[in-house]
Design a protein around this ligand. Structure first.
Ligand code: ATP
Ligand code: MG
Length: 407
């Protein structure tokens, strides 16, 4: 790529939070940019746009490849997980570095993921797959408490804990209603997993030719015991014992290798039960929502998106480490279902010591709900401090000043 401007195609699913951050990074790197999306975007000229349909990855990959005939592409970057399979398929056609499509596909289907990890004997919760007539039977076999979940949703939508057969039956009914409302086949099989207790962490990294470069490990200090799993606070560096963290990275690397993921971002969620790490989920994307804004690398405060685009266009791995300070993000919890009107208390929240930013990501008038029904975040609060405990206090204090008005 020396001497030439690299041409990057960003895959932007319609509902992504990440478009602005990736566009800014592309600009900062001076990249030539095209966009593949489900609807025309005002971000680029029409001759720089490819229409895709995330529900049809093969066909979409074909369109991307056809587009590349007239405008050769150097890298394809899915900005979140709905684009990962399209990116893998299109990159394979074009001979660009990519994840094997079956590895990308496994990260998009929770049952495929569990089966693949089981083949590699990667530590993970016991699980079973339930058809329309069998969730309770499968849950009985897996052993309570269980977590029941759809195969393909995200943001904890439709993920419910059940402690006995009655709760499992109720959870199944609720999940099938959520699926129907989301426009997904309500009779799809459901995954039933053993509830894995203990603290949860998220490992953020980039794969360079199969080698995982760990960029950050986040703690999730809010207890995630269900019945619904609303993620709120993420703080890095992790406060877990260094030996436990080392072991978590060993397990994370094993999971990535077992799946065969090779290139680009990975976001790996683990639970630590009795000092032993277990895989909750592996995604071939970077951290969700706007949370990547908690991360800054090197003296210049390089963003995660810049690191991802640099990797995508084949630049060598930079020796940039995350800043030494602690940082965190809080996904603002949705207090109840209804129509979002406004968020009060912004000024006081922003004036809280350590707080660096507050972004509201739903527009007034939008119908919102907490998980398991809801699928979107209200907004994001960010803080930085010398240590993780102070970041956590700042986020909690700032959040206590916020009042969400919902009709
Ligand atoms: N087997 C389990 N044991 C304990 N907790 C679980 C289990 N499965 C899921 N959870 C909890 O539910 C959360 C969401 O589950 P999961 O990651 O499978 O779904 P998701 O909707 O794809 O998540 P997201 O998109 O938010 O990463 C997990 O982060 C974890 O807190
Ligand atoms: Mg998850």
């Amino acid at each position: 790529m020396i001497g030439a401007v690299a041409h990057v195609l960003l895959i932007l699913p319609t509902s992504t939070y990440r478009a602005a951050d990736f566009l800014e990074a592309a600009e900062a790197l001076g990249l030539e940019l095209s966009v593949a999306s489900e609807e025309a975007v005002p971000l680029v000229d029409s001759d720089r746009f490819v229409e895709i349909d995330c529900a049809h990855p093969e066909e979409s990959a074909e369109r991307v490849a056809a587009f590349a005939v007239s405008r050769p592409i150097d890298a394809i970057v899915p900005v979140d997980d709905r684009g990962v399979l399209i990116a893998a398929l299109a990159a394979r056609r074009l001979g660009l570095p990519h994840n094997p499509p079956d590895a990308a596909a496994a990260t998009r289907n929770k049952a495929m993921l569990r089966r693949a990890l089981a083949r590699g004997e990667v530590p993970q919760p016991r699980f079973g797959l339930a058809g329309v007539d069998g969730t309770v039977g499968v849950a009985d076999q897996v052993g309570y408490p269980v977590v029941i979940k759809p195969l393909s949703l995200s943001a904890s939508q439709g993920v419910i804990r059940a402690d006995d057969a009655a709760e499992a039956a109720a959870a199944e009914e609720r999940i099938r209603r959520i699926l129907a409302t989301a426009g997904v086949d309500p009779n799809q099989p459901l995954l039933v997993e053993r509830f894995q207790p203990g603290p949860e962490i998220a490992v953020e990294g980039i794969l360079y030719g199969g080698e995982l470069d760990v960029l950050a490990v986040f703690d999730k200090p809010e207890p995630l015991d269900g019945p619904a799993f609303e993620e709120t606070i993420l703080i890095t560096p992790s406060r877990l014992h260094p030996e436990v963290l080392d072991e978590a990275l060993v397990v994370a690397r094993r999971a990535v290798r077992t799946l065969g993921l090779m290139e680009g971002p990975v976001h790996i969620e683990l639970r630590v039960t009795d000092a032993k790490p277990w895989i909750v989920e592996v995604a071939a994307r970077s951290i969700g929502g706007l949370c990547s804004r908690a991360l800054r690398f090197g003296l210049m405060g390089t963003t995660l998106e810049v690191l991802l685009l640099r990797h995508a266009v084949g630049r060598p791995k930079p020796e940039l480490r995350r800043e030494t300070r602690a940082a965190g993000a809080m996904m603002l919890p949705v207090p109840r279902a209804g129509v979002f009107r406004r968020l009060e208390g912004r000024e006081r929240a922003l004036a809280t010591s350590g707080v660096t930013d507050l972004q509201v990501t739903v527009t007034p008038g939008t119908r919102i709900a907490p998980p398991p029904e809801g699928d979107r975040y209200l907004g994001f609060l960010f803080a930085r401090a010398d240590d993780p405990a102070t970041v956590e206090r700042s986020l909690r204090e700032a959040a206590s000043h916020l009042v969400v008005e919902i009709d």
